[in-house]
Ligand binder design. Structure first.
Ligand code: EPU
Length: 429
């Protein structure tokens, strides 16, 4: 068992280039199964969820190999129809393989996907859309049997909620279906546009991605080489850490539009944020922040749910009260009780987190219970006085290549330690 070890209280200085977005590369790897040709993904990050995707691809008979920063895969043989249960449980993104399996194998046998414990995460919209396209779906306990022996057909489908995953599932299905599909009520996140660009690079005909109406004309896809977009959530993680610790940070490979809501909030809190050109942003902070009053997360282009815990971490020592309402997931603030161990003054009722800023946090032993909550604990530990130990590193590694190395490059005193077994038991974790 591993821990992240942080000696907090140092300002952060330096320059970082943002890695490829986890939430772009995961659906794109699944979409690569739609074609029999070779696909090359450039700048593939070394994330646990990418590793899990590679295991899943191998289980389907489409092995992906790494060549440095590139991932090469080719699904020219028969595609399997079953995803092993542990791979479904390992991440929410395993559900992205449902539509490609239906297209290539005509059927799919899988269990419901796992993932971060953010509350109930149903897949009913994915299934409704696929059913409307001609799939037969049967759920037996937590087993899902889906068949499309005669292939899928185009459809007009309205998503009752702009689910990112369901929009992506239906785009993949539609790209290989007979005829035209019109999705309304679609999610508008930058990662949706990125998936559309990948499908179009494979010869797909997708228009409107990035708006709530997406039109997809189905057809045969071919291979391509593709570089997914940079990670807007990693960028916001670094900005929140810089805001809380103070310092000067230059971020490269970070388009401004997707981080605009965060940039506005950090500016309001007292940081200086400058957009230098199309993909460089500079943050200057003296670490003395002012609370933000009441704000909410929402679907894109609103302030992102994934960024909520990150901003909360920065607000723990801001002057005044910040109330953050989460509107997408029911259990976004699992990290709140861990913040409290560091001396934060907060109150979490349902989806409302109220933070009364304290003059300083103190280092503590804390445990990550989900990916972004874990990153938020790292931010709080960087800003705290003294030593913190963060366990649950496996959650953080799902979405950050090496968070210690990333903040170490900015001058943070951060590393990893093996966790002594006896202490773990004594602490009752
Ligand atoms: N929902 C349904 N039915 C569905 C699908 C979703 O009711 O069929 C509900 C969910 O329960 C949730 C809401 O819709 O309350 C949003 O879910 P969505 O499908 O939009 O999220 P997702 O596709 O499961 C992606 C990201 C998440 C990010 C959300 C929201 C990926 C791999 N994951 O999840 O990222 O929080 O969109 O933007 O793209 C993360 O990176 O840490 C992460 C959790």
């Amino acid at each position: 068992m591993e821990e992240i070890l942080v000696h907090g209280g140092r300002p952060l200085f330096g320059k970082l280039e943002m890695p490829t977005a986890k939430n772009s590369i995961l659906p794109i790897l699944a979409a690569a199964v739609l074609t029999r040709d070779a696909v090359c993904i450039h700048r593939a990050p070394f994330l646990q969820d990418v590793e899990t995707s590679m295991q899943l691809l191998a289980a389907l008979g489409c092995p992906a190999v790494r060549a440095g920063q590139d991932l090469l895969l080719s699904c020219d043989g028969p595609v399997g129809d079953t995803v092993p249960r542990p791979l479904m449980a390992a991440m929410r993104s395993s559900i992205y393989y449902l539509a490609p399996m239906l297209v290539r194998a005509g059927r799919a046998r899988l269990s419901f996907p796992g993932g971060c414990r953010l509350g109930a995460r149903p897949i009913d919209i994915h299934l409704e859309g696929l059913t409307a396209m001609g799939a037969r779906v049967t759920a037996r306990g937590d087993l899902l049997e889906c068949d499309a022996p005669h292939g899928l057909h185009g459809v007009r489908f309205h998503l009752r909620f702009p689910s990112v995953g369901a929009t992506e599932t239906l785009m993949m299905a539609a790209a290989a279906a007979r005829g035209e599909t019109v999705l309304t009520g679609a999610a508008r996140e930058p990662e949706i546009r990125d998936l559309a660009n990948f499908l179009n690079a494979c010869g797909g005909r997708v228009t409107g991605a990035g708006s709530s109406k997406i039109v997809i004309r189905g057809g045969r896809l071919h291979g391509c080489a593709y570089t997914p977009i940079p990670d807007r959530i990693t960028a916001q993680t670094v900005l929140c850490a810089g805001a809380a610790c103070g310092g000067e940070i230059l971020l490269e490979r970070v388009p401004f539009e997707p981080i605009r809501p965060m940039a506005r909030l950090l500016t309001q809190a007292g940081c200086r944020l400058r957009r230098l050109d199309h993909d460089r942003v500079e943050l200057v902070s003296d670490g003395r922040l002012t609370a933000l009053g009441t704000l909410s997360t929402g679907v894109y282009p609103a302030f992102a749910t994934d960024a909520g815990p990150l901003l909360a971490a920065a607000m723990l020592t801001a002057r005044g009260t910040t109330r953050l309402r989460e509107t997408i997931f029911t259990n976004r603030f699992g990290c709140a009780k861990e913040f409290a161990r560091m001396g934060a003054d907060l109150d979490c009722r349902g989806n409302l987190l109220s933070i009364r800023g304290v003059p300083a946090l103190r280092g503590a032993r804390v445990e990550a219970g989900d990916l972004r909550g874990g990153a938020a604990l790292v931010i709080a530990a960087l800003a705290a006085q003294g030593e913190s130990r963060i366990s649950g590193v496996e959650y953080i590694r799902r979405g950050y290549e090496d968070i210690g190395e990333m903040f170490g490059a900015l001058g943070a005193a951060i590393g990893r330690s093996a966790q002594p077994e006896r202490e773990t038991t004594a602490a009752g974790r």
